[in-house]
Write a protein that binds this ligand. Structure first.
Ligand SMILES: O=C(O)c1cc(=O)[nH]c(=O)n1[C@@H]1O[C@H](COP(=O)(O)O)[C@@H](O)[C@H]1O
Length: 233
């Protein structure tokens, strides 16, 4: 496996995203381009980051009718991204359409389904009318994703042990809500350190502000790697 660290480029301007990328290295991380940056800068920025040697996680969390999501996933594959995601709550037919859309690509992106956002707590879910805890809902959505042919899920590392047990070693677990010790959680609710995430069974860490808000992003990235190494089971 190449670097397990996926750095979230949550910026409003291309220049800021490129400046951060210049400070990092494709040997140490992959880059995540999400809704804000992609809406502002589009595929051109993804291509510029790829030209710098970075593999890209296109985090647009597609959630729509099956035909629309299939087309969006194909567009991501045509852009040559390494990972793309959809919302598991779009349901089985939507996820199956996304899987089918990638058939025939020689090197398709890893297709991942978002379960319960790491910014959500059990109380937030109750307010939406769900009777389940975050863990139970993640387990339900991960099972549906796996049965729909999706390679893995986005979840909090808190749910990783249960998913590893239930879904096996090959099911990919991508875990945001990661903070270096001492950093503010901000809007995140289910938060874990890099070492704990690895111990709990994560395959990939998504980490934004602990690196991007640091005065020395490369040093912060190196600290994430040191912590990840400590968490080796
Ligand atoms: O799909 C994601 O990447 C994602 C899913 C999720 O449940 N929670 C979550 O925080 N993310 C993303 O992960 C990143 C976390 O950023 P920080 O909270 O700054 O580390 C953001 O870019 C989010 O969009």
């Amino acid at each position: 496996m190449q670097s397990p660290v996926l750095v979230a480029l949550d910026y409003a301007e291309e220049a800021a995203a490129l400046a951060l990328a210049e400070k990092l290295s494709p040997d140490l991380c992959r880059l995540k381009v999400g809704k804000e940056l992609f809406t502002r800068c589009g595929p051109g920025l993804v291509q510029r980051l790829q030209a710098m040697g970075f593999e890209i996680f296109l985090d647009l969390k597609f959630h729509d009718i099956p035909t629309t999501v299939a087309g969006a996933v194909r567009a991501a594959a045509d852009l040559g991204v390494w990972m793309v995601n959809v919302h598991a709550s779009g349901g089985r037919r939507m996820m199956e359409a996304a899987v089918a859309a990638l058939e025939g690509y020689p090197a398709p992106p890893l297709l991942i389904a978002v379960t319960v956002l790491t910014s959500m707590s059990d109380e937030d879910l109750a307010e939406l009318g769900y009777q389940e805890s975050a863990l139970q809902r993640v387990q339900r959505l991960a099972a549906l994703a796996a049965n729909s042919g999706v390679a893995g899920v986005v979840c909090s590392a808190m749910e990783a042990p249960a998913l590893r047990r239930e879904r096996g070693e090959d099911f990919v677990l991508v875990t945001p809500g990661i903070r270096l010790a001492g950093d503010a959680a901000g809007d995140q609710r289910r938060v874990v350190t890099p070492a704990a995430a690895r111990e709990l069974g994560a395959d990939y860490l998504v980490i934004g502000r602990s690196i991007t808000a640091s005065s020395d992003p490369l040093a912060a990235l190196e600290r994430v790697h040191e912590e990840w190494a400590k968490g080796r089971p």
